[in-house]
Unconditional design. Structure first.
Length: 294
């Protein structure tokens, strides 16, 4: 197939295919991002009030906001717990459903299903389970740990969010790991078996190194989702009890909309964006260096 040598016609053809995508991406992402960044240098108490230039005062107030840093530290703990546990469980499930177990396609579908439920709906479902079902089950079976109100305890409420997040996301990560596992070359595994490697040695020395590209994707996704969690946090605990489970995204929303401090809220959101961008960028960079080829 010959390429059109007319540069104008070729440019028009490229714009015809990519132009709508670029336009809607700019409309939905770039323009709101640029306007939000502009708002961080202004003060405004409501959407209808005029913007007043404030310089770096919003950033100064954001860095002095103890609640923002408390929420960020809580989010870091949430990130560490969920990223590790979701990826471990997702890989374990993927390994099981690709090991030839009966009804493995059914299990793949069943384990992936929780990811299809929206965060708000999922949070309200599990709120009913934690508030009504588990205490009733604990009373019936005489299990004290189930009888306790998880969402009313500061420590247990945090782990309730972690548990629901794992339940929702592990199946999605499992699908990514399944794609990586089925692409591990069989001849490499057979060669390792012939050399006398047992199952654990094949997993550690062959499978896991070749699965690094999958781990790059899953760790990136779980990092991003954990740092930006809001809907599950809102619907399950609403930041309670006594603000003990307020993640950083919820803190940003409360600062902007509940306190009508849009400039500082946007500044905190931009600080969060920079932190997440740096962490995920470093994660992808260093993970890529671990990749090997079969």
């Amino acid at each position: 197939m010959m390429l059109d040598k007319n540069p104008v016609r070729r440019w028009l053809m490229q714009f015809f295919f990519t132009g709508p995508t670029i336009f809607f991406f700019a409309l939905a992402v770039l323009v709101p991002f640029a306007y939000g960044l502009y708002m961080t240098f202004n003060t405004v108490s409501s959407p209808i009030d005029p913007l007043q230039f404030a310089g770096l005062s919003n950033y100064r107030e954001a860095f002095q906001d103890e609640r923002f840093w408390d929420a960020l530290w809580l989010t870091v703990k949430f990130v560490l717990a969920t990223v590790i546990l979701i990826n471990m469980l997702g890989f374990l499930l993927a390994f099981l459903v690709t090991s030839g177990v009966r009804l493995q396609n059914f299990f793949r579908t069943a384990l992936f299903t929780p990811n299809l439920i929206g965060g708000l709906v999922l949070g309200y479902i599990w709120q009913f389970i934690f508030v009504q079902t588990l205490p009733a089950l604990g009373d019936k079976l005489g299990i004290e740990s189930l009888r306790l109100g998880w969402l009313g305890d500061e420590t247990m409420a945090f782990w309730a969010i972690v548990l629901v997040s794992i339940w929702q996301s592990a199946g999605y990560m499992m699908i990514i790991f399944v794609a990586g596992l089925v692409n591990v070359p069989k001849d490499v595994l057979e060669a390792a078996t012939i050399d006398g490697a047992n199952g654990w040695q094949r997993l550690r020395a062959v499978t896991l190194p070749l699965m690094v590209p999958s781990f790059v994707v899953t760790v990136f996704l779980t990092l991003k989702n954990a740092f930006m969690v809001y809907d599950l946090n809102y619907s399950l605990t609403a930041g309670g009890p006594y603000g003990s489970t307020t993640m950083v995204s919820m803190q940003v929303v409360q600062k902007a909309f509940n306190e009508n401090n849009y400039g500082v809220g946007q500044a905190e959101a931009f600080v969060l964006f920079v932190i997440v961008a740096v962490i995920t960028g470093l994660q992808v960079y260093f993970s890529k260096r671990l990749e090997v080829s079969a």
